[in-house]
Design a protein around this ligand. Structure first.
Ligand SMILES: Nc1ncnc2c1ncn2[C@@H]1O[C@H](COP(=O)(O)OP(=O)(O)OP(=O)(O)O)[C@@H](O)[C@H]1O
Length: 232
């Protein structure tokens, strides 16, 4: 078990926006979190990553509470939004900076980036462009590639398919699947795209008003079941 959540609550302005009594995530699972706007997906991710603190309950990562023990940072990577990026750096400078945090040399970073050749679609590297000047979709790609740099055991991505062109969405699906196969990475992905999450994830958690409404093992009926739920 890599993550154990119990009695977790976050309250904003008297309203409980996350309310999860019990949730366990096993190592190697690829989990899609779906739910309409305001369901609490991002708030849950922010608590998992100690970006905000719960009002109640606890999150254990490999048995240690994330708020008291920094151990989780060694094996957890995430990309939630552009707040992770550094606007005044070029993409190369940013990758080199993130690489340096993981003790990677410049040559190592450049070598690492080769595997993203297709994913970057010739738009990210060698442009001499500052991160602030990239499109939102291309900023996403930079953030995701940088998050993967530490070869995390646990990866958290908030709406990674949003703003990506269709070609890159499909490439990201392939990338996530291959990472799972290659080194059994545990991945949490929030998404509004039911097609993508049911294709990529082996488990889907449906949230509504902070609560977990469904927790499904993905099978051939899952997409239809989710579509029915959301259309009703
Ligand atoms: N800092 C904050 N202050 C007050 N309310 C907040 C804050 N952050 C989130 N909320 C509220 O918490 C609820 C859950 O928001 P959250 O962003 O987690 O939802 P989400 O499922 O990620 O939604 P979306 O699909 O729109 O990204 C929303 O009602 C939101 O307005």
């Amino acid at each position: 078990m890599i993550l154990e959540i119990s009695s977790l609550q976050k309250v904003y302005g008297g309203r409980t926006v996350v309310n999860i009594s019990d949730l366990q995530i096993n190592a190697g699972e690829t989990i899609g979190i779906v739910g309409n706007n305001g369901a609490g997906k991002t708030t849950l991710f922010r608590m998992l990553l100690d970006l905000i603190r719960p009002d109640q309950g606890q999150i254990l990562s490999k048995g240690s509470t994330v708020i008291n023990d920094d151990q989780w940072k060694e094996y957890t990577a995430s990309y939630l939004d552009e707040g992770y990026l550094i606007d005044y750096l070029t993409s190369e400078e940013y990758f080199i900076f993130i690489g340096s945090l993981h003790k990677m040399s410049v040559a190592h970073v450049m070598d690492y980036l080769k595997q993203f050749h297709e994913f970057f679609n010739d738009e990210i590297l060698g442009k001499g462009k500052y991160i602030r000047d990239f499109s939102k979709g291309n900023q996403n790609k930079i953030g995701i590639a940088a998050a993967l740099m530490q070869a995390p055991e646990l990866l958290v991505l908030d709406e990674p398919f949003a703003n990506l062109d269709p070609t890159t969405q499909i490439r990201l699906r392939t990338l996530i699947k291959s990472l799972k196969q290659e080194y059994n990475m545990t991945t949490l992905i929030s998404s509004h795209d039911l097609n993508h999450v049911t294709d990529v994830c082996d488990r889907i958690i449906l949230m509504e008003k902070g609560l977990i409404i469904k927790d499904l093992r993905t099978n051939e009926n899952t997409l239809r079941e989710l579509e029915e739920y959301f259309s009703g």
